[in-house]
Design a binder for this molecule. Structure first.
Ligand SMILES: *[C@@H]1O[C@H](CO)[C@@H](O)[C@H](O)[C@H]1NC(C)=O
Ligand SMILES: *[C@@H]1O[C@H](CO)[C@@H](O)[C@H](O)[C@H]1NC(C)=O
Ligand SMILES: *[C@@H]1O[C@H](CO)[C@@H](O)[C@H](O)[C@H]1NC(C)=O
Ligand SMILES: *[C@@H]1O[C@H](CO)[C@@H](O)[C@H](O)[C@H]1NC(C)=O
Ligand SMILES: CC(=O)N[C@H]1CO[C@H](CO)[C@@H](O)[C@@H]1O
Length: 448
């Protein structure tokens, strides 16, 4: 593959280039090592770090726990420990007394997606006859909706208690969706997908499945976070029938055309030629070794690496997320996706246009990238965005979306992740979600 940007790099950028390649190489070595490490050794690592962690980290006073200056009750401490060490969303829901029913959706192109429906043991609460479908962001899975220490800040549980039929979606390739009828996850064919496949298959196929299975309403409300909003915008814009199946889209930290990365070097590097990412990370899954680190690393150390990466890549400082909450949430942040999806995002950033993936560049001038025709969306869209979010350019986004049916609220001082994990999301984010859902009756059942 040609690397046309090399000639354009400044002298100081070469060491950074070397560092990038070294990291990619390390990633490769680790993937080989972990392939040969028996499960029992990894388990041993995990158990050891957990023990060291509980020995040293949390000072235990008289029925009161302190962590980095934050007070925790015994109960909160218990929930925190369980959240940190949950392996899947069933265990996370169980902490709060709920259960998760799993469903498998077969997409039209033969991927199998594991999606979840919230329920609770014992007598059922009365249904309000409405369905909500929550969808996660890039490099994430459904677990991001269930990581808050305070039960009342876990949106699926709040909505379930209000009577909604609550579903959580997952994208092909993430932790819950590593299965195709004909292709092995080890094959290049399996990972040959981008945002386009989420929009063309995953979203509409999941929605059809939910509506048929739930059968209590002929429409649902879509609540997306980050890429989860881009996916549904793209999907509705090319599947006209979705306008009849979704009553409204609530978009938390929406992202369609981010300007780029905070680190100037990385920004120039990947925008110069998004395909260079294939060179670094192969054509399959992006950095699966993060999952390995997440398992064996001492949680506060893992927290620091996530905080640092977020700062370098996006200039996020995560000041609105409490330190304890970070420990609970960051372990459930990362999930796998295809390298092609990330390349697709860089093509979008480079071209400053929310467009479909394309394989070749505009060398000869007669190739026109295909944009998602977002103006074709007919259903109401509600944007909830933080004004410190480096991934959202609200004016660009509003220009892309239909003017009449789009409304927005700005959350002052919030970055991207603050809108799902900040300590003040009840008052400043979910209040708006509930308002759009029609739940803001005076002193309704949820008080923040
Ligand atoms: C990926 O899919 C495209 C069509 O969408 C096809 O042209 C290409 O050969 C596929 N690549 C692999 C490795 O399967
Ligand atoms: C998480 O990492 C950040 C950045 O390194 C650090 O300031 C913070 O104290 C860490 N929090 C915990 C709970 O370890
Ligand atoms: C493609 O090339 C033509 C002619 O060289 C140029 O006018 C046009 O702006 C290019 N389009 C993009 C999207 O780069
Ligand atoms: C709602 O609750 C607030 C306190 O949270 C109270 O001051 C107010 O009177 C209540 N309003 C109604 C209509 O009950
Ligand atoms: C409550 C709190 O910590 N708010 C902070 C949220 O983050 C912004 C910066 O992004 C700070 O200015 C706020 O103080």
């Amino acid at each position: 593959m040609a690397i046309p940007f090399l000639g354009r790099l400044a002298l100081y950028e070469y060491p950074l280039l070397v560092v990038s390649f070294t990291l990619a190489w390390l990633e490769y070595i680790i993937s080989i090592i972990t392939m040969f490490l028996p499960d029992s050794v990894i388990k041993l690592f995990t158990i050891t770090t957990r023990q060291i962690y509980s020995l040293f980290n949390i000072a235990q006073g008289e029925k009161q726990y302190y962590y980095k200056g934050e007070d925790l009750t015994t109960e909160e401490h218990d929930v925190m420990t369980k959240l940190i060490y949950s392996d899947n969303i069933e265990q996370m829901a169980e902490i709060f007394g709920y259960t998760i029913d799993n469903h498998i959706v077969k997409t039209k192109d033969n991927y199998l997606l594991n999606i979840h429906r919230v329920s609770k043991p014992g007598p059922q609460r009365p249904s309000n006859g409405k369905i909500v479908y929550l969808h996660h962001g890039l490099l994430m899975c459904s677990e991001i909706w269930m990581t808050m220490l305070d039960k009342n800040l876990n949106l699926p549980l709040v909505l379930y208690d209000l009577g909604y039929d609550v579903w959580l979606g997952n994208n092909r390739g993430n932790k819950y969706c590593q299965k195709h009828i004909y292709h092995s996850v080890k094959s290049e064919q399996f990972w040959n997908f981008s945002l386009d496949e989420f929009a063309i298959f995953d979203i509409p196929n999941i929605i059809d499945y939910i509506l048929t299975t739930s059968n209590i309403n002929d429409k649902l409300t879509y609540i997306g976070f980050s890429q989860g909003t881009a996916q549904v915008f793209g999907s509705v814009s090319i599947n006209n029938d979705l306008n009849e199946k979704i009553d409204q889209i609530i978009a938390i930290s929406p992202a369609t055309t981010p300007h780029g990365l905070y680190s100037k070097f990385l920004d120039i590097f990947v925008k110069a030629s998004p395909n260079v990412i294939y060179l670094l990370f192969s054509r399959k899954v992006l950095m699966p070794s993060v999952l390995f680190w997440q398992r064996i690393m001492y949680p506060p150390l893992f927290n620091s690496s996530i905080d640092m990466s977020n700062y370098l890549l996006f200039n996020w400082k995560s000041l609105n997320i409490s330190e304890v909450q970070k420990l609970c949430s960051y372990g459930h942040l990362y999930s796998t996706t295809s390298v092609k999806t990330v390349v697709h995002w860089f093509q979008i950033m480079k071209n400053k246009n929310f467009q479909m993936y394309f394989d070749r560049y505009n060398y000869s001038g007669y190739y026109q990238p295909m944009s998602y025709p977002l103006k074709n969306i007919k259903i109401p869209i509600h944007l909830i965005y933080g004004n410190q979010d480096s991934l959202v350019d609200i004016n660009v986004m509003k220009n892309q979306l239909p003017t009449k049916s789009t409304t927005s609220v700005e959350v002052d001082g919030h970055e991207h992740l603050d809108n799902i994990w900040g300590s003040d999301i009840g008052d400043r984010v979910f209040k708006h979600v509930l308002h759009y859902l029609g739940e803001d009756k005076p002193n309704g059942s949820v008080q923040y």
